[in-house]
Design a protein around this ligand. Structure first.
Ligand code: F6P
Length: 541
């Protein structure tokens, strides 16, 4: 097999191949036996987050070439370029300055002043809604807020709003609607009243099909509820960088919160796209979320690569992807309120890293973005964990836990944490054949049955995981956690030489969707469409 481009690009490649060979001959348990301090040696604290990465096929001899590879990739310089606002999004000629959205202190330049002014506008709005000064068309206070948006204009605010359930002020209830399936909006509105419901139309482009259709339907619902056209401004605000389109839709200019093209949709929850979060938890907690992220930004920009948490997480994923052929990455938050985290990370990670050409447009001949998936623990244990423990595929896992209980049921929290730890222990240690046989014998089974059953009970072990511990599920911890994954994604893009900040791949489906929608209306499909597509159009008309 000929050497692929990364093997040619990185001098450290052959040293890593040698380390892979080494790990093929030894186990993680051996590594723990040989280094009694292994857990401490491969753990790190940053921005209040504790990372134990010792249950990975990593040691100093493996980390050294990985870090050398990061140097060869120019990762240190690339981090500076991201944070200094250089046009790292080269296909669109833009910076990716989500970090500027969480700057702390006095605004020092025009961009920071714009951010500060928007935060001010958000604070004024949140106060008006919470205090009841913002009135609906029947002069009643707002009780419910519906965010209409999709992708980055939905997943971040939705995930954070749920995660910070312990911090909800209770002044308004925040709902989210995304899907073009009318059932989403209809179900959301079923128990709401037009006179006391406020909508946030969140769309960076203000041209997204789902958001526009949902916004039009919502507006009709408000009008049908007795609101005059002239009073719609009491029920509709928008967040967008396309002010003209928001105004054309009918949003009052004063009700439009700005966004900027230097913020990517999937990195935008720190902007006014975070308005639903601020309405749910209050502006102080929203700012604490920003501040937690800023602390992680500071760590990312100042820590040496060897002690840099996002860098280490990226190198570990790179190692398993390129040398162990891992195709997917599981993220398992052992926190009910982090249940939306995998869905949020799917967009962040897979929309950023699902690329097949380099920054220069050259086709890659190596794997890039992994398939990210997961759900909240312990629910997944009674579902797909079987495959993690006994399946044939290598799936590196990130376990995430909050040390502090977020409910008053503290005993259950101890069970939750015990389950989390036991899963990573089981992946590491497994159950060898001898132990399986012993267990069956101890149950008094006859020898023949022991022979029969033992192979089914073997758990290979030697499977990798990280464990990330948050002190609590607070705004600051959550902000740091999100920023950690944002930066990890960027580091991976640098190692793979791809652009993390465009998403041209989603365009084709949108273009074809428009043409098919027309065909469904007219019944006429172009002859050059494939027979399956024509059949489905005709069947579903
Ligand atoms: O279709 C993908 C996408 O462009 C995402 O990148 C984005 O977050 C989402 O659609 C929503 O876009 P907008 O905020 O412009 O409505």
């Amino acid at each position: 097999m000929s050497e692929h481009a990364l093997a040619k690009r990185y001098n450290s490649w052959s040293a890593l191949q040698a380390r892979k060979h080494f790990w093929d001959q030894t186990t993680l348990l051996d590594a723990f036996r040989q280094d009694p301090d292994r857990a401490r040696h491969y753990s790190l604290t940053a921005a209040g987050l504790f990372l134990d990465y010792s249950k990975n096929h990593i040691d100093q001899e493996t980390l050294a070439p990985l870090l050398a590879l990061a140097d060869e990739a120019g990762l240190g310089t690339a981090i500076g370029q991201l944070l200094q606002g250089e046009p790292v999004n080269n296909t669109e000629g833009r910076p990716a300055l989500h970090t500027a959205l969480r700057f702390q202190g006095q605004a020092a330049d025009a961009r920071q002043r714009e951010v500060a002014a928007t935060l001010e506008k958000m604070a004024t709005f949140v106060t008006a809604v919470h205090s009841g000064n913002w009135r609906g068309h029947r002069d009643q206070p707002i009780t419910d807020v519906v965010n209409i948006g999709i992708g980055g204009s939905d997943l971040g605010p939705r995930m954070v709003t749920r995660a910070l359930g312990a911090y909800h002020t209770g002044k308004v209830t925040v709902h989210f609607t995304a899907n073009i399936d009318g059932a989403d909006l209809a179900d959301t509105l079923a128990d709401l009243h037009p006179a006391t419901t406020l909508f946030i139309v969140a769309s960076k482009s203000f041209s997204t099909l789902e958001t526009r259709e949902n916004a039009f339907s919502a507006r009709q619902w408000t009008l049908d509820g007795g609101c005059a056209e002239g009073d719609l401004h009491k029920h509709y605000v928008a967040v967008s960088s396309n002010v003209a389109a928001a105004e054309a839709f009918g949003i009052a200019p004063d009700n439009i919160f700005p966004m900027w093209d230097w913020v990517g949709g999937r990195y935008s929850l720190w902007s006014a796209i975070g308005l639903p979060i601020a309405l749910a938890v209050g502006m102080d907690h929203f700012n604490a979320l920003r501040s937690g992220a800023h602390t992680m930004d500071h760590h990312f920009s100042t820590a040496p690569l060897a002690e840099n948490m996002p860098v280490l997480l990226a190198l570990i994923t790179f190692w398993y992807s390129e040398f162990w052929q891992a195709q997917s990455q599981a993220v398992l938050p052992y926190a009910q309120r982090l249940g939306q985290l995998p869905a949020y990370l799917q967009q962040l990670d897979m929309e950023s890293l699902g690329k097949s050409v380099t920054r220069d447009g050259v086709a890659v001949d190596y794997p890039t973005g992994l398939i990210l998936w997961g759900t909240e623990g312990t629910n997944g244990q009674h579902s797909f964990h079987q495959l993690l423990h006994q399946g044939t595929r290598l799936v590196p896992v990130d376990f995430i836990a909050s040390a502090k209980s977020m409910s008053h049921l503290h005993d259950q929290h101890t069970h939750l944490l015990a389950c989390c730890i036991s899963q990573s222990q089981a992946l590491l240690a497994g159950k060898p054949l001898a132990a399986a046989r012993e267990e069956l014998r101890a149950q008094g089974l006859p020898a023949a049955r022991v022979d029969e059953l033992a192979p089914h009970k073997v758990i290979p072990g030697n499977r990798p995981s990280n464990t990330l511990v948050l002190e609590d599920l607070s705004p600051t911890s959550l902000g740091a956690l999100i920023a950690l994954y944002e930066h990890k994604v960027y580091c991976l893009s640098v190692l793979w030489g791809i652009n993390a900040f465009d998403q041209w791949g989603v365009e084709l489906g949108k273009q074809l969707g428009t043409a098919i929608h027309q065909a469904m209306a007219s019944g006429e499909c172009p002859d050059n469409w494939d027979a399956s597509t024509r059949q489905l159009v005709n069947r579903l008309r």
